[in-house]
Every structure is written in C-alpha cells, then in structure tokens.
Design a protein around this ligand. Structure first.
Ligand SMILES: N[C@@H](CCC(=O)N[C@@H](CS)C(=O)NCC(=O)O)C(=O)O
Length: 212
C-alpha cells in the first residue's frame, strides 16, 4: 500500500476519474466508499478540505479535494502528464472542456419539468455535444493522425477525463462504446485505446458494479 486514501460515495459519478488515475498511474490506494451516515461523520470531522467528496489523504496526512485536481495530481506524480508546458496546457484545456460538457448533464439530471428536461437534452445531444466532438476529433487528428492519445504516444489526464465522461455517464461503467461517439471514428478508436490500457482495463473489469 502506498498510503494514499481516497474518499467518495459508493458510485462512480465524480470519484471515478480519481480511481482511473490511481489505476493508470499504478499507485495503490485505499478506495474508501462511504455510505451517507459514514460521510456525515467524516464531514463533521472537518478533514475534507471543502466538506465535499471526493478527497484524498496523502501518505503524509495532507488532504486534497476537487475531483479534477486530485485526478491531475495523481496523474502528475504517476508520470501521466505531458512533458512540456504547452502540451500540459492543452491537456488542461481538454480537461476543462470535458468539465463544461458535464454541466448540462447535471442540469438534465436536476430538471424536474419533463418538457424542459427534454429541451435541454435535445439541445445538448443534438447540437452542443456533436459540435464539441467534432473539435475533439480534430485535436486528436492533429497528433499522429489520431492514432495515439490526445497529446501523442503517451496517456495523460486529458485522455482519462475524456474517457471517463463517456464510460461513466454514457456507457454506465460498461465496456461498450457509447452511441454518442458513433459518428466520430477516431474518437471511437481513442475510447477503445484508453479502455485497453492494461491497468485501466483491469480496473474497469474488477471495480464494483454500481448503477451510477
Ligand atoms: N467540483 C467538486 C464537486 C464536489 C461535490 O459536489 N461533491 C458531492 C458529491 S458528487 C458531495 O460531496 N456531496 C456531499 C456533500 O456536499 O455533503 C468536485 O469535482 O470534486
């Protein structure tokens, strides 16, 4: 055990990109999956930096919150970060763009009015997402004709974030390629490439099966 501890609810949702990062970075950790009552106690202890999960406790006992920050930190210490500053900024750009795409998903989930829900869904899946995916595919093609990862030959946190968005929220944690990617052959191959990174594939196969 490396001494890292991750704290999140029992599902994938916002914690899974951290678990994927730990797997890809080959860093052992304690995958603490807290039930609501356990979280209430943990939250009351004040240990989580912002009173939210996911957060990690490092081997030195320091804490770090915010899922993207944790995911990037684990990738950086595991060597899954581009080597030059511009590529690192490009990985950040991709990660932030995926973050932007996650917001409409939350809006769709939270909307109680069925007509409005359908409107937001239609706008997102009919217009916004395909337009962004076209750009993601062009970015991928820019490197090695799209035969590798977003920043070249090596996996980085940009790939993990992009994969998690589709695997977590669209393929529901299963290994299937989500339909949303169908019209983007290079992104389909990229999804499979990330899924087939041995450490990621091992984790996807062995992780607890949860609905969300
Ligand atoms: N932007 C934050 C959001 C964190 C967040 O909203 N966490 C939720 C679970 S997904 C949470 O901790 N809810 C329980 C609470 O606030 O008590 C991140 O990505 O980590």
């Amino acid at each position: 055990m490396s001494g890292y501890k991750l704290f999140y609810f029992p599902g994938r949702v916002g914690g899974e990109k951290c678990r994927l990062a730990f797997a890809a970075a080959k860093i052992d950790y304690e995958d603490n999956r807290l039930a609501d009552e356990e979280w209430a106690k943990e939250k009351a202890s004040g240990r989580s930096p912002f009173g939210q999960m996911p957060f990690i406790v490092t081997p030195e006992g320091k804490t770090l919150g915010q899922s993207v920050t944790v995911m990037k930190y684990i990738c950086k210490i595991g060597g899954l970060c581009p080597a030059n500053r511009f590529d690192e900024a490009t990985a950040d750009m991709i990660t932030d763009q995926v973050g932007d795409l996650t917001l409409p998903l939350i809006n769709i989930y939270n909307e109680k009015d069925e007509t409005k829900k359908e409107q937001i869904r239609k706008e997102f899946y009919g217009t916004t997402l395909p337009a962004r995916l076209e750009k993601f595919e062009a970015l991928l093609k820019n490197r090695d004709e799209g035969k590798g990862f977003f920043l070249g030959e090596k996996l980085s946190y940009a790939d993990i974030t992009f994969f998690d968005f589709f695997n977590n929220f669209h393929s529901k944690g299963k290994e299937d390629v989500p339909g949303e990617l169908e019209k983007f052959p290079l992104l389909v191959e990229h999804y499979k490439r990330v899924l087939n990174v041995p450490e990621i594939n091992e984790w996807v196969k062995k992780r607890p099966v949860t609905e969300f």
